[in-house]
Design a binder for this molecule. Structure first.
Ligand SMILES: [Zn+2]
Length: 197
């Protein structure tokens, strides 16, 4: 029933996370039958975002600039570095208004069986960044999943000698839970009650 351009549109929308066939069909119909200007604006912002977003050359966060706005902000506290898995985690932590240090985005967690090793978590760049600064507190804000735990253990072992102290978020976040899905209050509490490892 969905052929031609409409069928292609459905197929592309269906590749988005959380979008099943039915939703993709509904969205596609909305795009072609609704406000034409909205559809064209959506297409142009999609193109612009896809073309312009790249990794920050310092912290790996996705940004429109070579160096992201956090790394470029010299008023932040250089004595704190917070390690997160993804750009979304940076936004979540920023929304707390609790933290004024810098970030480093690993992009992946260590998982040798899935081919996720030191290169995938940008360990070399992290080591260089840590060596170039005087860090009092390295905060490991990774999901407490099996991979998250082994990544935090590895980083704590490797970087302990290069930083003043290492902390991680309180286990108010359930084991196997995802930082992304905890309510912002829970995250604020987990962050405030972070402990030394
Ligand atoms: Zn950055």
């Amino acid at each position: 029933m969905f052929s031609g351009l409409l069928g292609t549109l459905v197929e592309q929308l269906r590749k988005l996370p959380g979008i099943g066939t039915k939703t993709a069909q509904r969205l596609a119909m909305h795009i072609v039958s609704g406000d034409k200007q909205y559809a064209l604006d959506l297409a142009s912002v999609l193109k612009e975002a896809a073309e312009n977003y790249r990794k920050c050359t310092v912290c790996n966060m996705l940004t429109e600039y070579d160096v992201c706005s956090y790394c470029a902000d010299t008023t932040r506290d250089e004595s704190q570095l917070c390690i997160v898995q993804s750009t979304q985690d940076v936004y979540l932590l920023e929304n707390m208004h609790e933290y004024r240090g810098y970030y480093f985005v690993l992009e992946h967690l260590l998982s040798p069986l899935d081919g996720m090793g030191l290169e995938e978590i940008h360990f070399g760049a992290l080591q260089q960044l840590v060596a170039s600064r005087t860090i009092d507190e390295l905060i490991l804000a990774l999901n407490p999943s099996t991979e998250g735990e082994s990544t935090m253990n590895f980083l704590a072992d490797q970087l302990a000698a290069s930083v003043g102290s290492i902390t991680r978020l309180s286990t108010g976040i359930p084991f196997g839970g995802d930082i992304e899905y905890t309510s912002s209050m829970t995250l604020v509490n987990a962050f405030k009650r972070r402990y030394h490892v």
